[in-house]
Design a protein around this ligand. Structure first.
Ligand code: NAD
Ligand code: IPM
Ligand code: MN
Length: 368
């Protein structure tokens, strides 16, 4: 069996706690012969800043470039509120995404049957929910230049962020969305604000042209991003694949998270373009949530988003769909038995710790 090189970047806050459960899962996969891994670990975010004065070192970037997949925890926290902007924890994550070329961020929002009552929405609205948000990840207002705060002659300050998209960036992310839809329920909702933004006008044109030329059999609808946020909480099951820019994707995926019960349930895969020679994609897998400073260090974090992100790595990077299915089954079965971390436990329900949840999932996997 091929050995896969994994780089673990726990980061800060609950990133460290959920990564401990990843280590438990990976050790089990290794021991059981379901997968073989060579593991490295490094610092990112505030922890890297504390050790090295930067949010990620060049050496850690080299390791990420050399890995078959990176598993990322979470970064950030109030401790680093005053560090220089270029060294803020989040800059480490953005550098990884940009330099690895991870333009396609897949954020599946799936409501496990046992959690239909954990959502803030009514059971019938979310039961059976299975949405894929495809977020463009290396462009848009996150990276556009100029990006600055300038002081004007009158002493006022002026802050500028720039939303930029080119045809090829829109086309390649739309292609990912159409391809995913073909293997799902054959529908793509493209979300932008062409009524206000030039980048939205181009987005809509490019998606429409690609649809006409290459994917006419997939149902395509265009939906303004504000309406899309509203529709997600009104009738979420109308969606199959949603494709959108970097910023709208960030916001819509946090909204979609609550349809599944908790932000602690949402995994993600960030993928680059296939290598021309080997066909391999650079990839990083991470929960959608952040470092959750309000619960960090208390053993309260839900590890499922991160464990399910490893499941996406098994599927998308390593072709180990059997192991991925077993992990999904283990998560569903543990939830079915009523095990809940605090974020998905109803009022008055006993909650288990991060470690108890991680251990139970690995034990359920071991049972097969
Ligand atoms: P957050 O996602 O960290 O937390 C939002 C809320 O969700 C909090 O109440 C938190 O307790 C809860 N939550 C998040 N993950 C959870 C989990 N696994 N289990 C249980 N509850 C969970 O967002 P925030 O508070 O706005 O941001 C905190 C820091 O994290 C900021 O510095 C932000 O920049 C950073 N952040 C990092 C990432 C990342 O590393 N990928 C993502 C989002 C935010
Ligand atoms: C996410 C996060 C990041 C983003 C931050 C931490 C840079 O919110 O991955 O959703 O905005 O992309
Ligand atoms: Mn986010």
């Amino acid at each position: 069996m091929a050995t896969h090189k994994l780089l673990l970047l726990p980061g800060d806050g609950i990133g460290v706690e959920v990564m401990a459960e990843v280590k438990r899962l990976v050790a089990f996969l290794d021991k059981s012969g379901l997968a073989a891994f060579e593991i490295e670990e490094d610092l990112v975010g505030g922890s890297a800043y504390d050790a090295h004065g930067v949010a990620i070192t060049d050496a850690a970037m080299d390791r990420a470039q050399a890995a078959d997949a990176v598993i990322f925890g979470a970064v950030g926290g109030p401790k680093w509120a005053d560090v220089p902007y270029a060294a803020r924890p989040e800059a480490g994550l953005l550098r990884l995404r940009k330099e690895l070329g991870l333009f396609a961020n897949l954020r599946p929002a799936v409501c496990y049957p046992a959690l239909a009552d954990a959502s803030s929405l009514k059971r019938e609205l979310v039961e059976g929910l299975d949405i894929m948000i495809v977020r463009e990840l290396t462009g848009g207002v996150y990276f556009g230049e100029p990006k600055e705060i300038v002081t004007l002659e009158n002493g006022q300050k002026r802050a500028v962020d720039t939303q930029v998209y080119s045809t090829f960036e829109i086309e390649r992310i739309a292609r990912v969305a159409f391809e995913l839809a073909k293997a799902r329920r054959n529908k793509v909702t493209s979300s932008e604000k062409h009524n206000v933004m030039k980048s939205g006008v181009l987005w809509k044109q490019v998606v429409t042209a690609l649809h006409k030329a290459e994917y006419p059999a997939v149902a395509l609808e265009h939906m303004l991003a504000d309406n899309c946020g509203m529709q997600l909480v009104r009738t979420p099951k109308q969606f199959d694949v949603i494709v959108c820019d970097n910023l709208f994707g960030d916001m819509l995926s946090d909204v979609a998270a609550m349809l599944t019960g908790s932000l602690g349930m949402l995994p993600s895969a960030s993928l680059g373009a296939p290598d021309a020679k080997t066909g391999k994609r650079k990839a990083m897998y991470e929960p959608v949530h952040g470092s959750a400073p309000d619960i960090a260090g208390k053993g309260l974090a839900n590890p499922i988003a991160t464990l399910a992100s490893v499941g996406m790595a098994l599927r998308y990077s390593f072709g180990l769909s059997e192991a991925a299915d077993r992990l999904d089954g283990a998560i569903a079965s543990v939830l079915g038995q009523g095990l809940r971390t605090k974020d998905i436990a109803g009022p008055g329900t006993n909650a288990v710790s991060t470690t108890e949840m991680g251990t139970a999932i690995v034990e359920a996997m071991a049972r097969g």
